[in-house]
Design a protein around this ligand. Sequence first.
Ligand SMILES: [Zn+2]
Length: 237
Amino acid sequence: MSIGCISFDINVGIMERIFLQRQSQANNKALEDFPGLNTNPDAIRWKHDRDGEFSVGRMYKRDLATQPGEIAGPWKQIWKSNTPTKIKCFTWLVCRRACLTQERLKKRGFQIVSRCFFCHEKEETNNHLFLHCRVTAQIWYLFQSIIQDPWVVPEHTADLLNCWMRRGGSKTQKKWWNLVPSCIWWSIWKERNNRCFKNITNPMQKVKENCINTLYFWCKEEGIDDVNQLVDFLGYL
Ligand SMILES: [Zn+2]
């Protein structure tokens, strides 16, 4: 064998023997370290808990714990909220980033050029559409302007439910305040689908109005009073 002006005289047979010898030594070492066979019969064990017992509840908990921002899981805010059942399911999808946004379609193998239907600047991802888009963010700020608390938009939708709380205010105010995230997401999603599938684009002022009206009807449906003033106030903004 020669490389440039240097030549090597290598005996391939010797190299092969050395290699096999090393491999054999490694195998012997592995066999020496082997702790021995267990005489117990084979069994299926859930490896994430000491007792090895499996349950769907444990799997669900573990699944939630491995999602970013969902260590405690926002499931209580979702399933115990005063929203219609289909909205609970929808909110759960948004928090799990399982809504059929273009991000999700790409993960499923669809070849598409992803663009947000609102700003037309960024890719349509779950977090962008429902939280960070500069257009849809207007609705978040509309509601935040009511309490005027300093607020940082979280990275993930699941984090939003964990940090969406109202300090002070009456019990009723807290009740409708907890409905706001689902209401905003639902309004954004409906408008997004209008733009995507029906080629209908409503101005953002109209989307805001739809959101406020939806919140009003949910509150009335659940017997939450004191919402008239809020709707009047938001209508003026
Ligand atoms: Zn956008």
